[in-house]
Design a protein. Structure first.
Length: 222
């Protein structure tokens, strides 16, 4: 049986390395967008993390004619009615730095007594004609008064995790991965990969497309 190829819908080499390591025992070839020619940009305009992960995974699968994995993550703050949510990466503007996003968040939280928040990740694997499997990971915490810690990225310095009495930015990578939203979603994904492999084999056997010979990939996802 030929080795199955799966595309990770990213150009991030760190994510490619992580996924490849997690799935190294499954005789599959993990590719990234860097392995292909230019691919049209897709607008991540969904209302939820799951929506955006599906948009990326389904679009990539349709364009390339291969199964595709995508994820989307962000911070959800109770007192801000779910903000920054899907706008987490650009909360303070399209080109905002992590520090600018953190400063805006802390300013919005000024004087609020409810500091509860959670990080959420949606990991989705899709096939060209649209069906997909979804894995969700969440971790509950609180927003700090000011940034604490130098590790990590994004909102890690302002996200306090009570069970460890640390912000994410005070944790080692292993500590964070053991309890993080992304870590939980990926653990479930990898734990079910034997079943996912069977699902992919069955779905791809039904696909009429050759790679790069899909119908219009710009059509809306369903």
């Amino acid at each position: 049986m030929n080795k199955m190829s799966i595309v990770l819908a990213t150009r991030n080499k760190g994510k490619l390395s992580e996924i490849s390591e997690l799935l190294k025992g499954y005789d599959i070839d993990i590719k990234s967008l860097n392995d292909f020619g230019p691919i049209p940009a897709v607008s991540e305009d969904g209302n939820t993390f799951e929506d955006n992960a599906y948009i990326k995974a389904s679009f990539t699968a349709r364009v390339l004619g291969l199964p595709a994995i995508a994820d989307d993550s962000g911070l959800v703050v109770d007192a801000l009615k779910g903000a920054p949510g899907v706008y987490s990466a650009r909360y303070a503007g399209e080109e905002a730095t992590d520090r600018e996003n953190n400063m805006k968040l802390l300013k919005e939280m000024d004087g609020k007594t409810n500091r509860k928040a959670h990080f959420e990740t949606a990991v989705i694997i899709a096939v060209p004609r649209g069906p997909a499997l979804t894995y969700i990971g969440k971790v509950e915490g609180e927003i700090t008064i000011s940034p604490i810690g130098d590790n990590g990225f994004g909102y890690d310095p302002v996200f306090y995790y009570p069970p460890m009495a640390k912000t994410f930015a005070q944790m080692s990578r292993n500590e964070k991965n053991s309890i993080s939203h992304r870590g939980k979603a990926m653990k479930e994904f990898v734990g079910e990969f034997d079943k996912i492999r069977i699902w992919l084999n069955n779905r791809m056997a039904e696909e009429p497309y050759a790679s790069g010979n899909c119908d219009n990939p710009a059509h809306s996802h369903k």
